[in-house]
Design a protein around this ligand. Structure first.
Ligand SMILES: Nc1ncnc2c1ncn2[C@@H]1O[C@H](COP(=O)(O)OP(=O)(O)O)[C@@H](O)[C@H]1O
Ligand SMILES: [Mg+2]
Length: 246
């Protein structure tokens, strides 16, 4: 049996009295690549934000354990120090912070050489970007690549990658997947948060979420069937729509 790195146990999270995550139980195996799949609004980003402990996502029922220890009450920084990182669906902007300092802040090897190497690996020319700010002057795709470079330099234990292909041009997607393979080789457990088949195909094990619930899990082939049928085999209906239909 694979070793669990992260255990989500009966996790329920409400926002504005609406249940967004509904009694979720799933295990993330160490040294594997997982995909958490689901259509828009399924609760995928909410799950990632709750694991990371962002503001507004700290109150939940159930448990989240990382390496056997509860994450309840731990701040984002404390979780980051344990080796958890999250690449946001909308990559973050930091006014005035240079690419080199952004990467250096969380890098294990803070040398210029190491920073240049990770930028080159994600397809960013260090000469042109090291002194640029991580702000709106970079495109969303460029910020996503810079963020991925910083994760490479960080070597976290667990990387949650929320929609890693959004804003990335077709030519760069294979490169991004290669970078993720490199991350895995260096000992990072990867969780893709996605609704894209191309991303799903990169995973070894997948979970399907629908309306905050775990509908199924298994190998990629099994989970991709749901998407071929536009989720038709899924018998979980939107509770709001159901009420209206009655
Ligand atoms: N801050 C919030 N307050 C209330 N509802 C929210 C909030 N954030 C997300 N939601 C709702 O939670 C559901 C799941 O959202 P999200 O996790 O972003 O889905 P996904 O990432 O799978 O597209 C959606 O119905 C969304 O409208
Ligand atoms: Mg999302």
């Amino acid at each position: 049996m694979p070793q669990n790195l992260l255990e989500i146990d009966s996790l329920t999270l409400k926002m504005d009295n609406k249940t967004i995550l509904d009694n979720l139980t799933l295990d993330i195996w160490k040294d594997h690549t997982h995909a958490i799949m689901g259509i828009n609004g399924a609760g995928k980003s909410t799950l990632a934000n709750t694991i990371m402990g962002l503001n507004g996502y700290q109150e939940f029922a159930g448990e989240i354990r990382f390496q056997g220890k509860s994450l309840k009450g731990l701040s984002v920084d404390e979780r980051a120090r344990l080796g958890i990182t999250l690449s946001w669906q909308e990559p973050a902007r930091f006014e005035g912070l240079k690419v080199r300092d952004f990467i250096r802040s969380s890098a294990r090897d803070k040398s210029d050489d190491a920073i240049q190497t990770v930028l080159k690996t994600v397809g960013i020319n260090p000469d042109r970007y090291l002194d640029r700010a991580v702000d709106r002057t970079l495109s969303g795709g460029e910020r996503k690549k810079v963020e991925l470079a910083s994760i490479l330099a960080m070597k976290p234990r667990l990387a949650l990658l929320d929609e890693p292909d959004s804003g990335i041009d077709i030519e760069s997607i294979e490169r991004i997947f290669n970078v993720v393979r490199l991350l895995r080789e260096e000992g990072t457990t990867v969780v893709f948060i996605t609704h894209s088949m191309a991303v799903l195909e990169q995973a070894e094990h997948a979970f399907l979420l629908c309306h905050g619930r775990l509908v199924d899990q298994g190998n990629v082939k099994k989970i991709s069937r749901y998407f071929e049928g536009e989720c038709m085999p899924c018998d979980i209906r939107d509770p709001e729509k159901k009420e209206k239909a009655i």
